[in-house]
Design a protein. Structure first.
Length: 343
């Protein structure tokens, strides 16, 4: 589990889903989201160490392992809504949770209803580092962060949302019926947390109809967090809003992350990249060649081939005798798609 993994969601889902989750439940869902590969055709079952969950949720007492099954059980009961045109979708976040006694691990699976909003995304979507939301203290902060992050790309750098709509998105119609309370406990508290922990901040203006505040105009700004978060290893996917010139190595590693097994860590991918001296075509060919060999240490075998030299099978060898199947890639196009530059 890594707080530098990326959460990827469709903008439509962010702006049209209404739910009420505790802060602990949101952290579980967001961490699970960060493990999803958006290029997959279907959700997989994602395994966690329970001790990592306890650390994530701030539970220090090791005797409280029982708290995690309680949280996931409650989470599975919480049905939320997604408005899709004339269709109202009601679904739970998880389709199942499995605990193996004595293993110290839990396996979670997303509901299949969420596939259109997290997999094979062809329209506008938002990516952000998990670390931006894990330190938040208010349960409203992650949702407002996602709303603003999904609108950050707009030229005007602001979004105006009706107060009633915001209340509905948080399921807070009955919690804060008075605007003054909603402003103090939701808007202003979130404003402080985003400024402290995340890569964006906001100012806001109140839009009135008569004397009543009916809408809020959020002005979105880039931000350097005042809280120094721990530095993790490189993320699997870079933010779509980050240019290659800001972190050139990151963008060069993206094609490798997209094709390699998830069991290969980011550090190992970087070692493979260094051993291949940045020759992506050569690295990818060796990856499929080595994978077909079914060696015990795939990464070590690849690094050895890259360092010691590698001779491709002769062109006149029959296809049935080849050690591997060659694949053709448009690397520039693949990189643009991975980073969201062709949107």
């Amino acid at each position: 589990m890594n707080n530098e993994y990326l959460v990827v969601k469709s903008n439509y889902f962010i702006m049209n889903s209404n739910y009420d989750l505790s802060l602990e439940e949101q952290k579980i869902i967001l961490t699970l989201s960060s493990m999803v590969n958006p290029e997959d055709d279907d959700f997989k079952s994602y395994k966690f160490k329970i001790k990592d969950f306890m650390e994530l949720l701030g539970i220090k007492d090791q005797t409280k392992y029982i708290e995690i099954p309680k949280i996931t059980k409650e989470l599975m009961k919480k049905v939320f809504e997604i408005e899709e045109g004339n269709t109202l979708i009601q679904t739970a976040w998880l389709s199942g949770a499995k605990y193996e006694k004595g293993s110290g691990e839990v396996t979670l699976t997303f509901s299949s209803y969420l596939k259109p909003y997290m997999l094979k995304l062809n329209q506008l979507y938002t990516q952000y580092k998990l670390s931006n939301v894990l330190l938040m203290k208010s349960k409203y902060s992650p949702k407002i962060y996602e709303i603003l992050k999904s609108n950050e790309f707009k030229k005007q750098k602001f979004i105006e949302i009706e107060v009633d709509r915001l209340r509905k998105m948080f399921k807070a119609e009955d919690i804060y019926p008075l605007y003054a309370d909603f402003k103090r406990h939701v808007i202003q508290k979130t404003q402080k947390e985003l400024k402290k922990y995340t890569d964006i901040a906001f100012d806001f203006e109140e839009i009135k109809t008569g004397r009543k505040v009916t809408s809020i105009k959020f002005i979105i700004k880039a931000n350097e967090p005042t809280y120094n978060k721990p530095v993790g290893v490189l993320p699997r996917y870079e933010s779509k809003n980050t240019s290659e010139t800001e972190n050139p190595l990151e963008s060069k590693l993206e094609p490798l992350r997209a094709i390699m097994d998830k069991s290969i860590t980011n550090l190992e991918i970087k070692k493979i990249y260094d051993a291949g001296k940045g020759n992506l075509e050569k690295i990818i060919k060796i990856y499929y060649y080595a994978k077909d060999k079914e060696v015990d240490n795939l990464v070590g075998y690849m690094i050895k081939l890259l360092k010691d030299g590698y001779n491709e099978p002769k062109k006149n060898v029959p296809k049935s005798k080849k050690d591997f199947t060659e694949r053709d890639y448009d690397y520039d196009d693949l990189e643009r798609k991975l980073l969201g530059w062709d949107k």
